[in-house]
Design a protein around this ligand. Sequence first.
Ligand code: ZN
Ligand code: ZN
Length: 312
Amino acid sequence: MLERSVVSWTAMIARLAMHGYGEEAIRLFNEMEESNIKPDGITIISILYVCNHARLVGLGCSYFSRMVNTYNIEPVIEHYGCIVDLYGRAGKLRQAFDFVCQMPISPNDIVWRILLGACSIHGNLDLVGQVKRRLSKLDPKKSRDHVLLSNIYVIAGKWKDVANLRRSMTYHRLKKTPGWSMIEVDRTMHSFVAGEKQNDTAVEAHQKLRKIMSRLRIEGGYVPEVGSVLHDIEMEEKEDPVSQHSEKLAVAFGIARLLRGRAVRLVKNLRICRDCHTVMKLISKVYEVEIMVRDRSRVHSFTHGFCSCRDY
Ligand SMILES: [Zn+2]
Ligand SMILES: [Zn+2]
């Protein structure tokens, strides 16, 4: 481009970030600053996203303070949310909690939920009670919080709390978000839901998946992660075995139908679970295929047994 505005720089930085090219995104941000283009609030969100996903806590905090002190950009709730995520992902839960308590604007339910999610990922029960209280004041009937809480209790082995939550979900008639994955084959979008076997496409996907899984066991040394059944981030498919999650079915269908050498691209409405993530890595290695999964949070690019998110 002959002329690059803050919009074009930001668009490129955001895409690099989403695909896990953290270093390149940071380099581009520096180049943008050197060419005297001032970042805006959205550019800062993108660069904070980079730091969140690359565990660059110190750098993320320095971008945040530069935003305020150098660029005079007033932080909005999204910026604060990014910093909570930055601390939370890195396991600095107490710092995340203190940050939320000291925010100059009042934290919304999303900010608290980011913190609750971090407690869930790290299996930390210490702050759960306090976060839960604040969340239930803001948004008392969200099934997602019940799901996150349920995960935390499962990891901590608090089965009584899990049972209580389940009962309360039934009582309030709260529904979990159903998980689905989609893949385009021959210019048609095919959609998969865990455990579903009603149509020919699903039957074909199940058959292929069984073959793939047995090959992964033999050639890839795959061992199912028992924890994943319990740990699944949304638990949307908990009733079904983890081996039948929708993204596994979609990728199996892609491998059955797509030409060899073509990348398998799919979209998932929720976050990919740990076991599916492991399986995707193994498929990319054993079948020598590139797989891209865009989930609710980011794009995971699997090649040669590795993922662009570096398992973070
Ligand atoms: Zn899964
Ligand atoms: Zn990944």
